[in-house]
Design a protein around this ligand. Sequence first.
Ligand SMILES: Nc1nc2c(c(=O)[nH]1)N(C=O)[C@@H](CNc1ccc(C(=O)N[C@@H](CCC(=O)O)C(=O)O)cc1)CN2
Ligand SMILES: Nc1ncnc2c1ncn2[C@@H]1O[C@H](COP(=O)(O)OP(=O)(O)OP(=O)(O)O)[C@@H](O)[C@H]1O
Length: 230
Amino acid sequence: MSDDDTPRGYASPPCLAHEIDPTYFDPLAVDPEQARDVARWRKAERVRLLDQRAGLSVAARKAAGEAIADRLDSFLAERVGSLAGLTISAWWPIKAEIDLRHWLAGLADRGARAALPLVAVKAQPLVFREWTPATRMERGFWNIPVPAEGDEIIPDITLSPVVGWDAECFRLGYGGGYFDRTLAAIRPAPLAIGVGLEAARIATIYPQPHDIPMQAVVTETGIHNPAESA
Ligand SMILES: Nc1nc2c(c(=O)[nH]1)N(C=O)[C@@H](CNc1ccc(C(=O)N[C@@H](CCC(=O)O)C(=O)O)cc1)CN2
Ligand SMILES: Nc1ncnc2c1ncn2[C@@H]1O[C@H](COP(=O)(O)OP(=O)(O)OP(=O)(O)O)[C@@H](O)[C@H]1O
């Protein structure tokens, strides 16, 4: 071995394949033009779906929420069995979202723990804190009420509100990418369930590499699993 300290260069060269061969193609790279088109389409689709949801009467939304809670119970009974010992996250409803707070408050009687998400750092995975009806709330990012204090906990099951959903159980949210980032980060991966209205179903969200499908989408009319034909 030489005792000469002068650097001899890198162990492996940087990848310059694209400079050497102009036809080099990275199959994992996203076509930026297509990604822009999809983002623009999603923006318009969110507006349409949110308008449609806002047009629903309070009574219809309440009935949908009750039907969803029942369907969720059947799905979880079949898929998970007892909920005892599990942590289940949901959301504090905004913008005419389905309200599952009553269902969430009832989890304690079944030995399960309810959790709510919060944006701790913009454009980073969500953080979850325990919630009970006694929890002090404060306004968080986007003015969404969040538990004012509490340790970070990791849900075993995540329920997330959908603005739109498709047959593969991909979810369209408000466009922050928060749920995808969160599901990509939590290990072991939680059972991810989308929750929304049957009317929010769309043919496809044009899934992009960052999109993570839900294991099921629960609506007021039933449970939808991925790859189920329409
Ligand atoms: N009630 C509720 N709470 C929730 C969620 C939810 O969907 N519903 N979230 C579920 O994940 C997280 C918050 N999600 C958010 C998603 C996007 C934006 C936001 O700033 N949207 C921008 C558009 C961003 C873009 O297009 O680049 C905006 O509308 O101005 C904020 C919060 C956590 N809490
Ligand atoms: N795992 C990730 N890592 C980094 N950026 C991500 C990730 N997931 C999503 N994003 C970013 O978030 C942006 C918005 O994503 P998308 O349109 O899927 O949001 P959404 O699912 O509707 O929103 P939300 O989950 O907050 O309700 C994407 O363009 C992408 O840049």
